[in-house]
Write a protein that binds this ligand. Structure first.
Ligand code: AMP
Length: 419
């Protein structure tokens, strides 16, 4: 019979890798707590309309990458392809803004996009990110940019670069878009079907078209949105830059950085790693002051970022030492009478001494069990056979120096508490 395999673009994380994920997740929690950000968790799927109304129907994500289906009740559902919309939906639904003028939230989550799989690009992948609701001020943009950059630096990534830009408020976009359309219409015949559609509906998307020719034309002919933004938008951007300058973080102002999603206003930013190859974006984000209102909430300014966990781990891979974490005790059980007392003792040691104890469940020979204790790098083994059961004792072997002692069962907990 054919073996069933995992779905293309998804990955199993096996035990020799999950420890890296656990360590990274711990660091993410700790880092966010240091900044006073609190975790939010949202469901794996949402109403499809949420993404159509927020991410935008002209984006690649909504156009062709969403895993959507109609369920048995006729609901149109989608596995979440990004986190800003679900977190904003939850923020509005639970009226978080009423109890707190500022909500600083973070998440670690799985996402689903039907992209063409390649190195660094999967169909199920993971992000950690932050979303802050309530502050319209530039120091809030600066705070999250600094967070993203210093977090990646704190992991030891030294080949990262930061690009920032502003795409201004939505109010100026109309005029700019008309100019862009007039200019780019001349090159219409060179664009793919999807880029022609973008040219008509949302030409800003052309800046990050996947078609090289289209990108070249846009980059060479189109004026950047930066030339059209308002005085207030420029002041906001200058203030963000000034805080970044004072913080000593190096960045470049890339006037073409518009980011792929519809909801951004003002600040946009991206962090890349030079060691990643073609999929070099590690983290992206920006301000989205109009999204809360657009999704039915009270107008609330907001800003956030998302960083790809698989890509972070890829960049860390060279530095990661395969860890050979030792365990505290391997419980060698040699007769069937030893099974229950041995398992009880193991549980008591775990509970009272806070140590890791592995018990034998394969009924192997004494020699094989001792070999297993060595393979697992156990600090101690506890051996219980027929003689020990009769005398209500156990043998404690120090695996480092080979010393063995025979000890009454009821003294063992104390022995390990004292260390
Ligand atoms: P985005 O939500 O597209 O702005 O992506 C934010 C970050 O998520 C990117 O900078 C990448 O690190 C990561 N990312 C995006 N798409 C994928 C994917 N298909 N596979 C793996 N990581 C991804």
């Amino acid at each position: 019979m054919n073996k069933i395999r995992n779905i293309k673009g998804t990955k199993d994380l096996l035990p020799d890798t999950t420890f890296i994920w656990q360590e990274l997740e711990e660091k993410i929690h700790h880092f966010n707590q240091q900044f006073g950000y609190k975790e939010i968790r949202t469901p794996a799927f949402e109403e499809s309309d949420l993404f159509k109304r927020s991410v935008g129907s002209e984006t690649d994500i909504v156009n062709k990458e969403m895993y959507s289906w109609i369920d048995q009740g006729g609901n149109n559902l989608t596995l979440k392809p990004e986190l800003t919309a679900p977190v904003t939906r939850a923020y509005i639904q639970h009226e978080l803004g009423k109890s707190n003028p500022i909500n600083k939230l973070y998440y670690i989550d799985a996402l689903f996009r039907r992209e063409r799989p390649q190195k660094g690009r999967q169909r199920q992948f993971h992000q950690f990110g932050v979303e802050v609701f309530g502050s319209k001020f530039p120091e809030q943009d600066a705070e999250i940019i600094i967070m993203a950059f210093t977090f990646l630096q704190s992991l030891g990534l030294d080949d990262i670069s930061l690009e920032i830009n502003t795409i201004g408020s939505k109010s100026i976009r109309g005029a700019y878009i008309t100019i862009l359309q007039d200019l780019l219409n001349k090159y219409r015949q060179d664009f793919s079907a999807i880029d022609k559609q973008r040219l008509d509906k949302n030409p800003l998307r052309l800046f990050d078209s996947k078609d090289l020719k289209c990108r070249e034309i846009v980059n060479e002919t189109a004026p950047t949105i930066y030339d059209y933004i308002s005085k207030e938008d420029r002041l906001h951007f200058d203030n963000v830059c000034s805080i970044l300058n004072d913080s000593g973080i190096q960045y470049t102002h890339n006037q073409k950085l518009v980011r792929g999603l519809d909801y951004y206003t003002r600040t946009t930013f991206e962090i890349k790693s030079s060691s990643l190859g073609s999929q070099d974006a590690l983290c992206g984000g920006g301000r989205y002051d109009e999204l809360v209102e657009q999704l039915g909430g009270t107008s609330t300014p907001a800003v956030g970022f998302a960083a790809g966990i698989e890509r972070i781990i890829m960049t860390l891979e060279n530095q990661i030492q395969r860890s050979h974490k030792s365990i505290d005790i391997f419980m060698i059980l040699i007769s069937s009478d030893a099974l229950s007392p041995g398992m009880n003792l193991a549980n008591n040691i775990r509970n009272k001494c806070n140590l890791s104890v592995i018990t034998e469940t394969l009924r192997r020979s004494m020699r094989s069990q001792m070999r297993e204790a060595n393979r697992l790098n156990a600090n101690y083994s506890i051996i219980i056979g027929e003689d020990e059961i009769k005398s209500n004792t156990a043998i404690i072997k120090n695996m480092q120096n080979g010393e063995q002692i025979n000890m009454d069962m009821d003294k063992i907990i104390n022995y390990f508490i004292k260390g």
